[in-house]
Design a protein around this ligand. Sequence first.
Ligand SMILES: Nc1c(NC[C@H](O)[C@H](O)[C@H](O)CO)[nH]c(=O)[nH]c1=O
Ligand SMILES: CC(=O)[C@@H](O)COP(=O)(O)O
Length: 152
Amino acid sequence: MQDSSIKLGIVIAEFNYDVTRLMLDRAISHAKFLNADVKIIFKVPGTFEIPLAVKNILKREDIDCVVTLGAVIKGDTKHDELIANQVARLISDLSLEFNKPVSLGIIGPGATHEQATERIEEYSTRAVESAVKMAKRMRALNTSKDSSVIIE
Ligand SMILES: Nc1c(NC[C@H](O)[C@H](O)[C@H](O)CO)[nH]c(=O)[nH]c1=O
Ligand SMILES: CC(=O)[C@@H](O)COP(=O)(O)O
């Protein structure tokens, strides 16, 4: 029997790992809950390195979508904004380039450590939920032969 489960990759930043390792745990258990198959977990040093890993995972034919996880915490300068804004844009561009969903599970910029900790559950489950939902809907759209469809 053909395996129709959604195959996903997770890219996780090791920076602020006390926060992101818990995000990874939550993401894996939520993927299991949704019957999605986590095929790849790619750890990168920081959020800035996420796009390159995403790009290389998206190239693989066995991957339907990618979840990104990171925590960009406010320091003394606007360095956090520089990282987060660039990465959000690049992730969105890669999703369009490869025609596959990539979700944004990156906390911040401007977050305190406390705010990041409070958002672990919400950001990681939402990122998995969104990637899997979009992958299913893309599959439904691309396999539909009906002349009029509602994708939901
Ligand atoms: N300040 C944060 C970073 N900074 C590290 C960068 O992401 C990058 O790894 C470095 O500049 C080397 O290229 N990363 C986070 O994920 N969160 C931060 O708050
Ligand atoms: C907290 C960090 O490592 C990062 O957001 C950058 O900090 P800073 O702005 O103090 O260089």
